[in-house]
Design a protein around this ligand. Structure first.
Ligand code: SF4
Length: 413
């Protein structure tokens, strides 16, 4: 299709009377068979579409129009259209890298941490994100999360008083009807020991029209003294921070929902430190706090997305000092095999020097070495990683910070 025709098709799509309705967006999702009307597809994308081993291909018209029709490096386009790299399985990849199925006492529920469960309320999403780590659920699942299946999950939660926090994910829980969401939240609200409910949704990014006044009324009704509702969303690139997305976020905020962002670090999409900083600045402007930056999971066909671990550390190091702490995500690896999340951070703590009681730090802002002192009566000195005399002297001589000599610091009376 020619460039002119592609632009015309896009215009026609945008001009549809119901374009701003979330139902229009869902009912008119664009699948791979129609992609050539809206994109000049490359050879690699055509192969990716035909032979992907990841998950289905499809997007809302809204999200499609954020993607560049001509540039296959466009970050939004890369999250929608598979390419050739999605057709290869690497030996370290697995369909369930976090072992969530093994940790599932009843279908549709994962119980990994003692006080929290993950409830898979449904397997539908507005967009099939190429980097999705739940392809096994959203594309290939035989599991049906109907009323009976959900009842079994509620019953498990009821019988486990240690569970105080329920994460609802999927799929995307906001792809359920308002009535079903109402019913799920009512059930959780009635369980005395459940205090927190977290909705994991990408709809503010991929179908922001879904955040309707009616949905917010339902959420507000259950966001009570009894139950605190949080929402974790997933913006991955500044291009996703549109006026529509901002409006959706503001509606959720008015429903008393506390919002955090869980970005995924994606090669060639958001792995430049400046991009990640820009994204988190825009998110803070929308009043969304940074939560996690995920090191991508070892899912089938993910080699095109995965970055080296050092990339995430470089990004966090770059961001520190350039944005308020609430705009800096925790860089996490959800341990393969199901060991839970661990946070990774640049090496700012350099070690402990026993004879001077000094802890040595590297400033994220200036790179200079700083010294802080363990209390004289400390009984914890054996817990620290010790540094050699030689290294300590080297830090001292290179530091220009007054903390290196406690006797020179102004005395506090
Ligand atoms: S919205 Fe979430 S669950 Fe659905 S495809 Fe995207 S990343 Fe996967």
């Amino acid at each position: 299709m020619s460039e002119t025709e592609i632009w015309k098709n896009r215009e026609a799509l945008q001009e549809q009377a119901d374009f701003s309705s979330h139902l229009f967006q869902l009912q008119n999702r664009i699948t791979s068979k129609d992609f050539s009307k809206y994109f000049q597809l490359t050879e690699s994308e055509i192969i990716g579409i035909e032979k992907t081993i990841r998950l289905n291909v499809g997007t809302t018209p809204y999200y499609l129009l954020l993607a560049d029709p001509l540039d296959d490096h466009c970050p939004i386009r890369r999250m929608i259209i598979p390419n050739e790299k999605e057709t290869f399985l690497s030996p370290e990849e697995s369909i369930d890298p976090l072992n969530e199925e093994r940790l599932s006492p009843v279908p549709g529920l994962t119980h990994m941490y003692p006080d929290r469960v993950l409830l898979f309320s449904n397997h539908e999403c507005s967009v099939y994100c190429r980097h999705c780590m739940r392809g096994r659920k959203v594309s290939f699942s035989k599991e049906r999360m109907d009323g009976d299946a959900l009842e079994k999950c509620f019953s498990y939660i009821r019988n486990h008083p240690e569970i105080s926090d329920v994460v609802i994910s999927g799929g995307d829980p906001l792809n359920l009807s308002d009535n079903k969401i109402d019913w799920i939240l009512s059930n959780l609200e009635e369980i005395e020991h459940v205090k927190i409910c977290r909705l994991g949704t990408r709809n503010p990014v991929t179908n922001p029209m879904r955040i309707t006044d009616k949905l917010c009324e339902v959420i507000l009704k259950h966001n009570s003294d009894r139950l605190s509702i949080f929402c974790n969303t997933q913006f991955n690139h500044p291009k996703e921070c549109t006026t529509e997305a901002k409006e959706a976020i503001f509606k959720l905020l008015r429903a008393g929902v506390s919002l955090g962002n869980q970005a995924v670090l994606l090669k060639g999409i958001n792995d430049k430190p400046e991009t990640m900083l820009d994204l988190h600045r825009k998110l803070l402007e929308m009043r969304v706090r940074a939560y996690y930056l995920y090191d991508p999971e070892l899912i089938p066909g993910s080699r095109g997305f995965r970055t080296s671990l050092s990339k995430g550390l470089e990004i966090i190091e770059f961001m520190r000092g350039k944005i308020a702490g609430m705009g800096i995500p925790q860089f996490v690896n959800d341990l393969p095999g199901g060991g839970g999340k661990i946070t990774l951070s640049p090496n700012w703590y350099l070690g402990y020097h026993k004879s001077s009681r000094a802890h040595v730090f590297r400033s994220a802002l200036t790179g200079d070495f700083h010294f802080s002192y363990e209390p004289m009566d400390s009984e914890s000195t054996s817990l620290y990683q010790e540094i050699s005399e030689q290294d300590f002297q080297s830090y001292l001589s290179s530091s220009s910070n007054p903390s290196k000599d406690p006797f020179l610091l102004p005395k506090k009376i």
